[in-house]
Design a protein around this ligand. Structure first.
Ligand SMILES: [Zn+2]
Ligand SMILES: [Zn+2]
Length: 185
């Protein structure tokens, strides 16, 4: 897989798995294909459950609001998952870098790709460009989706137009009720 200079595909793959978790190992592998990975993964025991664990640890990085905590968590993941970088040209992809040893299992490969990709994304685009959808921060709102902010201005707060609209309606109502309170005062 090509980790482009922004680590974008790896982060988008992680977010996709977090938002829409596949039922089985095959679904995980299918998703890696959608995001451009070509390699065959050796089958390990518990690949499905272990990949879920990888996603949960990645979500802890997403949920860390403080930059220093976020960096610490990501460093811990990279320390566990990555090896020295090396050049490879497997599956006719052309020469690119892998940050892991060969022959690793599906969850190990994903942990390496996602942690390095996320580190590249945050350091090149900005440490704040990964978060949960802001609509879900309101109590009672069900959205827990991940926002990978690749926009030019770096101010994407919602996962979708739907969530942005829902939050706007809520702000509008809050303003109106605030106004009626002050009108009565
Ligand atoms: Zn590769
Ligand atoms: Zn949302």
């Amino acid at each position: 897989m090509h980790l482009n200079p922004y680590g974008e595909y790896a982060v988008l793959l992680a977010a996709s798995l977090a938002d829409d978790w596949p039922d089985d190992r095959e679904g995980i592998v299918d998703r890696t294909r959608e995001f451009g990975m070509t390699m065959e993964f050796p089958t390990g025991t518990d690949d499905h459950a272990r990949t879920r664990d990888v996603i949960d640890r990645w979500l802890a990085v997403v949920d860390a609001r403080e930059e220093r905590v976020r960096a610490q968590l990501l460093n811990a993941l990279m320390a566990k998952a990555t090896a020295y970088p090396r050049l490879t040209d497997h599956d006719g992809e052309g020469w690119h870098l892998h940050y892991r040893d060969d022959g690793r299992s599906l969850p190990d490969v994903l942990l390496a790709v996602m942690s390095v990709g996320t580190a590249l994304h945050l350091t090149t685009r900005g440490m704040h460009r990964l978060a949960r959808c802001e609509a879900g921060l309101s109590s009672g709102d069900p959205c827990r989706r991940v926002v990978v902010d690749t926009t030019r201005n770096g101010r994407q707060r919602y996962c979708s137009v739907r969530c942005a609209n829902r939050a706007a309606v809520r702000r509008h109502r809050a303003r109106r009720s605030g106004q009626s309170v002050s009108a009565r005062a």
